[in-house]
Design a protein around this ligand. Structure first.
Ligand code: PSU
Length: 309
């Protein structure tokens, strides 16, 4: 029986970590449960290329064969992208250990990716949008474990805000209660995933990767647990303004309620329906915002890097 975390790395990632070079973690639930084949693979490959162009090494994280993979080979990435959602566990803090111990395949959400990144010594992670407080949470109690994870695991997560299918004001309130720094990048407003503006003023704003890196280092110096959320607005050319996306979200939400969709199935169902209702436009936007987050994450990783002499 093993007592150490079973982490496995491709040589490029292991070498970069040993030399203190910039590395950016990437999640895999967005691949298996967030986007359809084959756009999911195209997105995953483009995100990795974007991080390389930014001078950092990408490490897409997933559980396969009893191991946490910190970085996937091109073949493993393709195999994961072709895995039907029903065959890959959607892993969070609660089920990560079970999946590894039982040798199952699992895709890591934001929460599980943060845990694995920290085990590997990776300080920055790029995704699309974090999970949060679902609408109607006052009845369902459906609040993503991503929020708790941000409060306890020291990784800087770059996202385009929380996904706009959620109750955004309640999501920001919970993060404030948990003591998570929510930093809007380059604007005063919190972004809302597919839209640049949400009408909600961000508690914190930063304009450079260096400032974000310095804030993470200071959190560590102060002995404060937890990470930071960098809310990076989608590029203007790719956004779907709020007045266009909101009616679509409302329709998808009422269909989910009518069909009794619950728990881990909610987010994939809503993303899928919004994709159909926007005739693919929501997916194009989602891909662009992930690439934009990857660009910023590479710059933050470079600012945090401490190359070994
Ligand atoms: N970003 C995206 N698409 C996604 C996700 C992030 O652009 O599908 C995933 C992340 O893995 C996140 C999860 O942790 O959605 C949130 O799911 P839930 O709402 O069930 O907690």
């Amino acid at each position: 029986m093993t007592h150490t975390a079973p982490l496995t790395y491709p040589p490029e990632v292991r070498d970069a970590l040993d030399r203190g070079l910039p590395v950016v973690a990437l999640e895999s639930t967005i691949i298996t449960h967030g986007m359809p084949w084959p756009q999911n693979l195209e997105m995953a490959e483009k995100v990795e290329a974007t991080i390389r162009d930014g001078g950092a090494v990408p490490a897409t994280i997933a559980v396969m064969g009893g191991q946490i993979h910190i970085g996937l080979t091109p073949e493993a990435l393709r195999a994961l992208a072709q895995t039907p959602p029903a065959e890959a566990m959607k892993l969070s803090r609660a089920d990560l250990a079970v999946c590894i111990a039982n040798g199952r395949t699992g895709a890591t959400t934001v929460a599980a990716t943060m845990i694995c990144a920290q085990l590997a010594g990776i300080k920055v992670f790029a995704t699309g949008g974090i999970g949060g407080v679902h609408r109607g949470a006052e009845d369902s109690f459906d609040i993503s474990a991503d929020l708790q994870e941000l409060a306890q695991t020291a990784v800087t997560v770059v996202a385009a805000g929380a996904k706009a299918i959620l109750d955004l004001p309640k999501t920001w309130e919970v993060l404030e209660t948990l003591g998570v720094p929510v930093i809007a990048y380059g604007q005063d407003d919190l972004p809302a995933f597919w839209s640049r503006a949400s009408g909600i003023r961000a508690p914190l704003r930063m304009d450079t990767p260096e400032d974000i890196a310095a804030a993470a280092a200071m959190r560590a110096a102060l002995g404060l647990k937890g990470g930071q959320l960098v809310a990076n607005p989608i590029p203007e050319a790719a956004e779907i303004p709020q007045d266009q996306i909101m009616p679509v979200i409302e329709q998808a939400l009422s269909e989910a309620a009518a069909q009794g969709i619950a728990d881990k199935a909610v987010t994939p169902f809503l993303l899928g329906r919004i994709f159909e209702l926007t005739e693919g436009r929501s997916l194009d936007s989602n891909i662009e915002l992930v690439l934009n987050n990857a660009r910023l994450a590479a710059r933050i990783a470079a600012a945090m890097a401490q190359p070994v002499a």
